[in-house]
Design a protein around this ligand. Structure first.
Ligand SMILES: Cc1cc2nc3c(=O)[nH]c(=O)nc-3n(C[C@H](O)[C@H](O)[C@H](O)COP(=O)(O)OP(=O)(O)OC[C@H]3O[C@@H](n4cnc5c(N)ncnc54)[C@H](O)[C@@H]3O)c2cc1C
Length: 493
């Protein structure tokens, strides 16, 4: 098979790029080692992801894609493709052996709204359905889709030769350009022997244990049972319609609810403080962690897994190169940090749009290599930036009152970028989350360096320092102590 473009990996990132490339007349092969529908992690979308999805739909003439950019239009247009309602981010701080009890002034809780109402809300993507749908769209668009493809050789010469075994036999694909969309499969990192960043230089440290469940109680109901309606009265949105972050000592748990009764839940754990114990099964570890936190145990008392647990080693990785003259990696193939604050889908969509534009504008032009090099640098820079925020938040888990302002570095940047998008003022090829804004990065770096040493008793002063440092970017009063950690949706326009 001879094609212009080979894309390896048919997650939403690879499938979308394949569709975009077909739209501009390129011949495309999309290779997948598995088969759809299949489970995939990485489910919680954000407003920036929504903006990018809509922008991709508009730029590349994919009208059918646009409804996926909001909960209301998704449900109305694609009721058969499962998703969940995400109104924002919620955080609660737990202590081992103790029930979670809402503290005065929400000192152990934080809710940040991302949308004004359900119709305009973000979504949790049930990836089995969503990715399969995109692959169907790719096939309909004329993409040559090869699943069950076990790639055993990648040759980079004048163009690319990929050799794969499929159930019917050996397949050889020649392509002039290759996109690595394999995520954790890390095809090109291995094939081209690209140097990884020394793991000691990656600030975030976590491993994960996760599955999909039925029967997970709603956290808002448990809070109400425990402490009465006052426990949730100040919440700006239902705390379960969110990327729910349950923070424990040296770790946290995500809970994302889908409308069809399944919830995605997982622990992200410091690998040194919570090492995998010899002979402890993932199920036993899950129960032990829940058992240490009484209200979490109640939340999962009737829960049942609908698929086996996944237990990973350390999650963090980043390569030192993400693109070349005739190849590019999507962000998840170039690196990963953690699910904390859900950056992955949005960053992937930023990359898809940027690569799509390069293919559209400069497929045969001498500018292509230069633009690809800039793309690669941007992807790595974004990963480094998210590592700084994520790692610093993790280092502050023991001081919720310090962690809250640190997490605002993400929310302030996200909100600022959303306002730019809303006003149509985002610079072309703007990086994800202000990663390319030196003034914001420098201010944030100073705060990230200071945060691990700030005592809880000094948190109010640190929060004031935070507000002053990011004031020009803080368009919605983040960090305002009078809000008591509850931030309803607001927009400058
Ligand atoms: C534990 C965890 C939690 C996460 N939570 C979130 C979240 O809440 N929100 C968020 O935004 N992001 C999250 N992410 C990140 C998110 O998963 C990624 O950003 C997203 O999946 C990237 O999509 P993709 O299409 O690039 O790659 P993927 O979704 O990783 O898809 C890769 C595809 O390539 C295929 N493949 C792999 N290797 C090969 C090979 N050698 N040959 C052929 N095919 C191959 C795989 O089968 C798969 O279909 C999370 C990630 C992890 C690990």
């Amino acid at each position: 098979m001879d094609v212009d473009l080979a894309i390896v990996g048919s997650g939403f990132g690879g499938a979308l790029l394949a569709i975009i490339a077909r739209q501009m007349g390129l011949s495309v092969a999309l290779l997948e080692r598995g088969v759809h529908p299949r489970f995939a992690i990485g489910e919680s979308s954000t407003p920036l992801a929504d903006f990018k999805l809509a922008a991709i739909a508009d730029r590349f003439g994919l009208d059918w894609l646009r409804p996926f950019s909001k909960y209301g239009t998704w449900k109305a247009t694609y009721p058969q493709i499962a998703c969940g309602l995400k109104r924002g981010f919620s955080f609660f701080r737990h202590h081992p052996g103790h029930d979670f009890i809402p503290a005065p002034g929400n000192a152990n809780a934080l809710l940040v709204a991302a949308s004004p109402d359900d119709l305009h809300a973000d979504t949790h993507w049930f990836r089995a359905d969503f990715d399969a749908h995109l692959v169907e769209r790719a096939i309909a668009a004329g993409v040559a889709y090869l699943d069950h493809a076990e790639i055993h050789r990648v040759i980079h010469d004048v163009g690319w030769t990929i050799e794969a075994i499929r159930p019917e036999g050996e397949k050889r694909i020649r392509a002039s350009f290759l996109i690595d969309a394999t995520g954790d499969g890390q095809l090109l990192g291995r094939a081209l022997d690209i140097k990884p960043v020394d793991s000691a230089h990656l600030r975030a440290r976590s491993r994960a244990l996760y599955s999909h469940f039925t029967g997970v109680e709603r956290w808002g109901d448990l809070l109400t049972e425990m402490a009465g309606p006052a426990a949730i009265a100040s919440h700006p949105f239902p705390c379960d319609a969110a990327a729910l972050h349950q923070i424990i000592d040296n770790g946290w748990m995500w809970i994302l609810r889908f409308d069809h009764g399944i919830a995605s839940a997982g622990f992200s754990l410091h690998p040194d403080v919570h090492p995998i114990r010899p002979n402890e099964s993932p199920e036993a570890e899950w129960q032990r962690l829940l058992g240490a936190h009484p209200l979490l145990a109640r939340q999962f008392a009737k829960a049942e897994t609908v698929r086996p647990f996944v237990r990973t080693g350390r999650l963090q990785r980043r390569l030192t190169q993400a693109a070349g003259a005739d190849w590019a990696m999507l962000p998840h193939a170039a690196g990963f940090l953690d699910a904390w604050l859900s950056p992955g889908i949005a960053q992937t969509l930023f990359a898809v749009e940027r690569l799509g534009k390069i293919l559209a504008d400069d497929w045969r032009s001498p500018r292509r290599a230069e633009r690809l090099a800039a793309y690669g640098r941007s992807v790595l820079n974004e990963l480094e930036w998210m590592d700084e925020i994520t790692g610093t938040c993790f280092e502050c888990f023991d001081r919720f009152e310090v962690m809250a302002p640190v997490s605002m570095l993400y929310f302030a940047a996200a909100h600022y970028c959303e306002e730019r998008e809303r006003a149509g003022k985002a610079p072309p090829d703007a990086a994800f989350l202000l990663a390319d804004d030196p003034a914001y990065r420098q201010a944030a770096s100073r705060l990230c360096q200071a945060a691990p040493r700030i005592a809880a008793s000094d948190a109010a002063r640190f929060a004031a320092e935070f507000r002053a440092a990011i004031a020009p970017y803080n368009l919605c009063g983040l960090g305002d102590p009078s809000r008591c950690n509850m931030y309803p949706f607001s927009t400058a326009s």
